[in-house]
Ligand binder design. Structure first.
Ligand code: 13P
Length: 330
């Protein structure tokens, strides 16, 4: 087994998953403001420290996805964040895409940017302690109109170019083609879009000669649209999600992680538990775990309010959610 495969597989240690703490400056600013928390670079550093400085997170987290600015910041203990995580056995990774912009030929859809200076940035991030990377593409569903085949194709092409560059730089790629939960669509439509998105992605990865063994897929669960009025049961979500993944994901990849996508913390935990249970009953070829941002941070953020005095209560809420999500893996 080469080093990349070993790193990718170690992110799937039993009972552990990933914290996606890679909100860009813009997203972090909007997120903090939505909880009435002051914004700015120092508050973003404290926001990261709230989570990374919580005692015992290494029991539940195999890795943390950072934003590039966080690679260079120090926690309240005076240690650089990547070094302090690595000391506790948590593998630091980094988001390397440059965010999305509207597609010129289909302005209601998004294309992810960031390939131009990628090789230089990868060399730098590696020196700064990152062992894996993430690239997020966004696929929007709107009735039968969206996504267009072009948006799926172009995003898959960029994900494949990203993965190839990352492997050449000696890092593990996480590929995240997020099919958005927002919308009025049915679960059947979400499932069909996921199958098309992943089918296109994996043929593009073959065209680019990406080594399957060290890639990690970060995927949405198959859910009825958030504005559809339908509340799926965890069993429905688990069956459709695993059916779609079995249909479109090759068995050789290192593993699959799920994003929470705007589900509530309980919903993301219950759906993960049902997926993990069904996967064990039916033998899936890949290890599965979580890579959540919102679903494991929001309870803590609501308690923290940006105030030092609230740090212990916020960290306790974070650990309690991590314990539940870890237990959901079975
Ligand atoms: P959510 O779990 O909030 O969907 O975030 C995951 C992620 O990494 C989005 O890029």
């Amino acid at each position: 087994m080469n080093d990349l495969v070993a790193t990718a597989r170690s992110l799937f240690a039993p009972g552990k998953g990933l914290l996606a703490a890679d909100e860009s400056v813009h997203t972090a600013t909007v997120r903090l403001a939505s909880y009435g928390i002051a914004t700015g670079a120092e508050m973003r550093r404290q926001y990261r420290d709230l989570f990374f400085g919580a005692d015992g997170i290494e029991r539940y987290l195999s890795g943390i996805i950072l934003f590039s600015e966080t690679l260079l910041e120090k926690g309240n203990d005076g240690k650089l964040f990547p070094a302090s995580l690595a000391e506790r056995g948590i593998i630091p990774g980094v988001k390397v895409d440059g965010g999305t912009e509207p597609m010129s030929a289909s302005s209601a859809e998004l294309i992810t940017q960031g390939l131009l200076d990628l090789p230089e940035r990868l060399a730098l991030y590696r020196k700064q302690g990152a062992a894996f990377t993430k690239w997020r593409a966004v696929i929007r569903i709107d009735g039968d109109q969206l996504p267009t085949a072009m948006a799926i194709h172009e995003n898959a092409k960029r994900l494949a170019s990203y993965a190839k560059e990352v492997q050449s730089a000696g890092l593990v790629p996480i590929l995240e083609p997020e099919v958005l939960y927002e919308g009025k669509h049915s679960r059947a439509r979400a499932r069909a879009v996921l199958v098309e998105t992943l089918g296109t992605l994996f043929s593009m990865l073959d065209e680019h000669s990406v080594d399957r063994a060290s890639i990690i897929l970060k995927t949405s669960m198959v859910l009825s649209g958030k504005e559809s009025g339908k509340k799926d049961t965890p069993e429905e979500v688990a069956k459709d999600t695993l059916d779609a993944l079995r249909e479109s994901v090759p068995s050789q990849i290192a593993g699959i992680v799920f994003l929470s996508g705007g589900q509530t913390p309980d919903q993301a935990t219950e759906n993960l538990a049902a997926i993990a249970k069904l996967a064990k009953e039916g033998t899936t070829p890949w290890p599965l775990t979580f890579s959540y941002a919102r679903a494991i941070q929001e309870e803590a953020l609501a308690l923290w309010k940006g105030e030092e005095a609230n740090v212990p209560a916020a960290r306790a809420a974070f650990l309690s959610r991590l314990e539940k999500v870890s237990a959901a893996l079975g």
